[in-house]
Design a protein around this ligand. Structure first.
Ligand code: ME8
Length: 519
């Protein structure tokens, strides 16, 4: 049976429409999910929306609606975003679902049974925007006396009766986790931040609120709702049928990868493993904190008026171009910038000129000169061997290994190098010149290119699924051969057998122009 692989994104706050950061994370997780499927893993990919908490309650009040109506409406935009961007999720979790309330309450009861919850009074700072508690020492002062969180969001002094989780008890086990399993928290730079935070000592965590009621009720304490992060993190279990001992729980838990942004690493690598240890559940294998996307170097915000609709970008430039750009432009794990110019440049140079033209030129040449029949290989020389071995190593080894390591940017860098090698080969071999002088050699050159192009389409398929499949369809590569392993384990002839005739090729990536408003 195929090895299971369970991947999740963060669940987004649907207090507004999805922004580019949401699209970035969904696409990155999709790339890893598609990659693991091509590896032959049995993948479960979960995403969703985080619908409780003060932030949602406040937004609903601001819009003169109810929190339920707000999240019912807004969560649809997140589903639409995933569908439009070709994000192949298996489960979309909404935390207002009854099964999620049941799962969160069950987790709570396990923590309580372990002696980790007690009732007390919370007095301290809270940021509604981050839905996070902060220690006085973490805050900075802004002019006017407003205190700000390390994320730059306003905090307010909060005093109320609250349940507490004995987080302090878990400092040592957490430090042991980071030490013994460095792979648990990636990239390394984020692990160092969290290490420093935990080494500084952990205070018990306030895990319920009494001043509002938009949340999951605390079992046996009806005037309390759970702190939104307790219920939010539980979503990763809810989808598997927790607390029942389901086949899904046995098969998929612990998760292989929680893919999240850098601002919520603390919740996933301090609170979440501590809750799970307390509930006596296994810990996720890895949490990866990706960086932030900036709009021309600036954070997007409504007040700056620079908020971009990711679906607008997909409409203008194409879904696959956007997916490729986001994975390729910003070294995954770090922060980076995007702009329409950068998308056009990357799309035209690497997808359009380098890969699209390579495929187009080769297939058109075959269509025209061989009446669309597949070219035959008659012997091979050093140049063919060098290309095969460079492309083969990239496609069968380096690229999948980099996707395994959640390094999509380096995987695509390797991919473009292999594409450039094919372009250099076609220029040197000049099949158009061989047509008259040595037609047999011309066919060998075309066949070599044909195989390499098919392999490169497979290698990029996790990132540009629709375009890669369109090309592979036109080339007659059967769906069952579209994996790293299959595309290499067959030598040339089984790729497109029998009487196959190449489809008339159409450009894969039409040339992009910069819309006038961006020039
Ligand atoms: O944090 N660039 O929800 P959220 C890249 N509900 N990623 C970004 C980003 C940007 N500019 N802005 C946000 C939450 N993100 C919680 C999660 S999980 C149990 C609960 C990322 O809607 C952010 O880091 O604020 C997070 O991973 C995701 O988008 C959802 O953010």
């Amino acid at each position: 049976m195929a090895d299971p692989y369970y991947i999740t994104t963060a669940i987004s706050y649907p207090n507004g429409k999805p922004h580019i950061g949401h699209a970035y994370e969904a696409i990155a997780a999709d790339v890893i999910a598609r990659h693991q499927r091509m590896r032959g893993r049995d993948v479960r990919f979960q995403t969703g929306t985080d619908e409780h908490g003060l932030k949602m309650a406040q937004k609903a009040r601001e819009l003169d609606t109810t929190p339920q109506a707000l999240c019912d409406e807004m969560s649809q935009y997140f589903i639409e975003m995933c569908d439009s961007l070709n994000v192949s999720y298996d489960v979309f979790m909404r935390t207002t679902e009854p099964r999620h309330h049941a799962a969160s309450q069950a987790l709570w009861q396990r923590m309580e049974a372990n002696g980790d919850l007690y009732l007390d009074r919370y007095e301290g700072w809270y940021s509604i925007r981050d839905e996070a508690y902060y220690d006085e020492s973490e805050l900075t002062d802004e002019e006017g006396g407003q205190k700000l969180s390390p994320q730059g969001t306003p905090v307010e002094w909060t005093v109320e009766e609250s349940w507490f989780f004995r987080l302090s008890k878990y400092a040592e086990p957490l430090l042991a986790l980071y030490r013994d399993h460095p792979e648990f928290l990636q990239p390394d730079s984020r692990r160092n931040e969290v290490l420093r935070f935990v080494e500084g000592g952990l205070r018990d965590l306030s895990v319920s609120r009494t001043s509002f009621d938009w949340g999951v009720k605390v079992p046996g304490s009806d005037n309390h709702v759970m702190y939104v992060w307790v219920d939010a993190l539980t979503n990763y279990l809810t989808g598997l049928g927790f607390p029942d001992e389901t086949e899904e729980m046995a098969k998929w838990w612990p998760a292989d990868l929680h893919l999240i942004g850098k601002d919520i690493v603390r919740f996933h690598t301090v609170y979440w493993p501590a809750f799970l240890m307390s509930a006596k559940l296994p810990l996720p294998k890895q949490v990866f904190g990706h960086g932030f996307l900036l709009n021309r170097g600036q954070k997007e915000s409504k007040s700056l008026g620079n908020v971009t609709d990711p679906l607008g970008l997909a409409d203008r430039f194409g879904v696959d171009v956007l997916r490729y750009f986001l994975m390729r432009e910003v070294a995954f794990g770090q922060d980076g910038s995007y702009s329409p110019e950068a998308i056009v440049l990357r799309g035209n140079s690497e997808l359009g000129n380098a890969f699209g033209n390579l495929a187009q030129r080769t297939l058109s040449f075959i269509a025209k000169n061989l009446e669309s029949a597949l070219p035959r290989i008659s012997g091979h020389d050093e140049a063919d061997d060098a290309l095969f071995s460079a492309v083969g190593k990239a496609v069968h080894h380096d690229i999948p290994a980099l996707f395994d390591a959640v390094a999509p940017t380096q995987a695509l860098e390797t991919w473009t190098q292999a594409v450039f090698a094919c372009n250099a080969y076609i220029d040197v071999q000049a099949p158009w010149a061989l047509r008259k002088t040595d037609p047999e050699r011309m066919e060998t050159v075309l066949a070599t290119l044909y195989i390499c192009i098919a392999q490169l389409a497979v290698a990029a398929r996790a990132v540009i699924p629709a375009s890669a499949d369109r090309l592979l369809d036109a080339m007659g590569i059967a769906p069952g051969l579209r994996t790293y392993e299959a595309i290499g384990s067959h030598w040339y002839s089984p790729l497109a057998e029998g009487e196959f005739r190449l489809a008339a090729p159409t450009p894969l990536f039409p040339r992009l122009e910069l819309p006038a408003e961006d020039v």
